[in-house]
Structures are given as structure tokens and as C-alpha cells.
Design a protein around this ligand. Structure first.
Ligand code: PLP
Length: 236
């Protein structure tokens, strides 16, 4: 099936969940995850209607984004951010960085933004499933991290992000999504200065419908649009 058809199917599925859950479809942001795919392939998704694209590696994004010049509305950075790559990332003008999970990285990002006179929106990544292999702050630490990051100038916390479990049965992730929504609502209720809970980024190809049911308003979808990724073509 073509990328255009795949994209339409994903939109239909999101529409259907929204209809059943009585959610306004306009409130859901679909970030199309373009990692490992060429600029030419990405263009097909943009032609099909994709507006927001997500990459998880800075070098790869640096190679592709210039070729897509301006055909996308927003670039979202969804990968692990090493503090020595902040400058390169910021040159790509990310609309949202989904993956801040350490105070030290947030401090360096804040310093960079102060120096450049820019404001950057970020999400705090939470490791809800507590697998060691995954990035993200633990649930115990998330509130402290939010309070500390909130004090840093020129970066603004706009919400939370998590990655679910890679289980064949997406239902196993539902309790983790539900739990993050609970934390999200709790943080919102605290009304911390410089913190807004606008975005809850959770849900990928195999579990985005469940994520939306549990309150996600950003879903990050790759394979359902582009097909399975071929990592063998990667340089490293
Ligand atoms: C790759 C990736 C996705 C998309 O994964 P699919 O299963 O292909 O939809 C979403 N979020 C993050 C952080 C990713 O790295």
C-alpha cells in the first residue's frame, strides 16, 4: 500500500477513536515519525497531508530536514538528547523537544536559549514502564524534575511524554498510559509557574488508539505510515 493510503488509514483510525471517545479530532496532533526514511519518502507523507514530523537522531535530521525545506509545519525531536548536541538540534528549530529527562540537559538547553534569545517548548519524558533500557525520568522523580526545570529561563514545560511497552498485546500498556495521565492532571492541578500541561505525548503504531483513549493528544506514528523500518541501511 502507498504511503498516502497508509496515512489516510491512520487518520481514519484516529477519527474513529475520537468519535467513540467524544474527543475533538482537532485536539490530536499526529507526529509522523520519519526516522530511517529518505527525504523523498517523507515528501510522500507530506503530500498526503502530514504536517508534523518527528526524528530521533540529530545527525539524520540535519541531513534530511534541509531537503524538505519548509514543506512541513513543525519538526519534533523525540530522541534522547545528548547535551553536546544541543546546538546542532537547535539549529533545526524544533517546535517541541519531547525528551527532556535530566536537569543537567535542561540547564544546558536553557543556557543556549538564553544566549540565543529564543524560547523553547519541551516535554518531560517519563519512563512509566521502568525498563532500564529506556530513557525518561522515573515516576518518583518526575515532580522534582519538573519543579527544577520550571525555574530555568527560556525553556518551557508544555507536558509529558512516554514510550509504552513493546508487547504484541497493546492492552498491557494501558495502565502505564493511564498512570501518566493521572500524573499529568496532578501536575496541571499544582499550577506551577512556567509549567503548562498542554501536551501528553504517548502512543505509537501499535498502541496509539489506546493512548488516545487514555488521554494522549500527541501520537507519534512511524511504521503505520511508512511500513516497517529497515535499520540495515543505516550507516551506524
Ligand atoms: C520510532 C519512534 C516512534 C514511532 O514508532 P512506530 O512504532 O514506528 O510508530 C515513536 N516514538 C519514538 C520516541 C520513536 O523513537
Amino acid at each position: 500500500m502507498s504511503i498516502k493510503e497508509n496515512y489516510k488509514i491512520v487518520i481514519k483510525k484516529i477519527e474513529e477513536v475520537c468519535r467513540l471517545q467524544d474527543i475533538n479530532m482537532d485536539d490530536i496532533k499526529l507526529v509522523v515519525v520519519t526516522k530511517t526514511h529518505s527525504a523523498e519518502t517523507i515528501k510522500q507523507a507530506l503530500v498526503a497531508g502530514a504536517k508534523y514530523i518527528g526524528e530521533n537522531k540529530i545527525q539524520e535530521a540535519q541531513e534530511k530536514l534541509p531537503i524538505l525545506d519548509g514543506q512541513y509545519e513543525e519538526f519534533h525531536f523525540i530522541g534522547h538528547l545528548q547535551s553536546n548536541k544541543i546546538k546542532q538540534l537547535m539549529k533545526l528549530k524544533p517546535a517541541l523537544i519531547h525528551s527532556i529527562d535530566k536537569l543537567s540537559t535542561a540547564e544546558k538547553l536553557s543556557n543556549y536559549c538564553v544566549n540565543e534569545g529564543i524560547l523553547q517548548d519541551i516535554l518531560i519524558q517519563v519512563n512509566t514502564t521502568e525498563e532500564n533500557s529506556k530513557s525518561g525520568t522515573g515516576e518518583e522523580e518526575v515532580l522534582d524534575l519538573i519543579k527544577e526545570v520550571a525555574q530555568l529561563p527560556n525553556i518551557k514545560i508544555k507536558g509529558l511524554m512516554t514510550i509504552g511497552l513493546f508487547d504484541e498485546n497493546p492492552e498491557v500498556t494501558r495502565p502505564y498510559f493511564r498512570n501518566l495521565k493521572r500524573i499529568y492532571d496532578y501536575v496541571a492541578s499544582l499550577k506551577i509557574d512556567n509549567v503548562e500541561m498542554n501536551y501528553l505525548s504517548m502512543g505509537m503504531t501499535h498502541d496509539f488508539e489506546i493512548a488516545i483513549e487514555e488521554g494522549a493528544n500527541i501520537v507519534r506514528i512511524g511504521s503505520a505510515v511508512f511500513g516497517a523500518r529497515d535499520y540495515s541501511k543505516e550507516e551506524k
